[in-house]
Design a binder for this molecule. Structure first.
Ligand code: C5P
Length: 203
């Protein structure tokens, strides 16, 4: 059976996850939030493991409770382990196998269209201004019961963006053939509809 891959990249809290989940549900594709892999490695490192060994030891159970991985501390640790080439290399095959699965797959992350799936049938680069993204992330964190404020989240978002875009291995950037989607002034519904339109046109 043929595979069909949708690659969604972009900075933190731009809407990749929401769009990825909605596109996957619409077309009946599987969805992988690849940030969870790096977060799971980050959590192991915070618990005392060495980063490369942690990446090689990763198991599905590490990603079993995604909500537990969505803290600011784990996000920071994730973006620190994500600069290590051996950590990234240890996660490549799992992601590529997921992308190749029959019936279609959506992967969201930072390097899906550029490194993991350069042959993806659809590539989207989802962005929004740092201020809008920080507001969204702040609301999510507060709704999940984490005590934080907008200035702190904006600082964290900017630090993570700089590390993700500035690293030498698989830096966050739009693939040349990616469709850019700036969600700063779009509702969730409008952003999802735009993404579904791009995928529909490619099928
Ligand atoms: O997407 P999310 O915010 O969960 O990702 C956490 C961190 O994992 C990112 O800041 C980035 O450093 C790293 N990451 C990556 N490549 C991916 C997905 C996430 O480097 N494909």
């Amino acid at each position: 059976e043929n595979s069909f891959t949708v690659a969604i990249d972009g900075p933190a809290a731009a809407g990749k996850g929401t769009i990825g989940r909605a596109v996957a549900a619409h077309f009946g594709f599987a969805h992988l939030d690849t940030g969870l892999l790096y977060r799971a490695v980050g959590r192991r490192v915070l618990a005392g493991e060495e980063a490369v060994a942690a990446a090689r030891a990763l198991e599905p159970s590490d990603m079993a409770e995604p909500e537990a991985l969505r803290t600011a501390a784990i996000a920071g640790a994730a973006s620190e382990v994500a600069v290590i080439p051996e950590v990234r290399a240890a996660l490549v095959e799992f992601q590529r196998a997921f992308a190749r699965r029959a019936g279609g797959a959506v992967l969201d992350g930072r390097d899906i269209g550029t490194v993991i799936c350069p042959e993806a049938e659809v590539k989207l680069f989802v962005t929004a201004s740092a201020e809008v993204r920080a507001e969204r992330r702040c609301r999510e964190l507060q709704a999940a019961g984490h005590a934080t404020d907008l200035a702190t989240v904006l600082d964290e978002v900017r630090a993570r963006d700089a590390r993700d875009a500035g690293r030498s291995t698989a830096p966050m950037r739009a693939a040349e053939d990616a469709v850019l989607l700036d969600t700063s002034e779009m509702s969730v519904e409008a952003a999802v509809a735009a993404a579904i339109g791009v995928v529909s046109a490619a099928r």
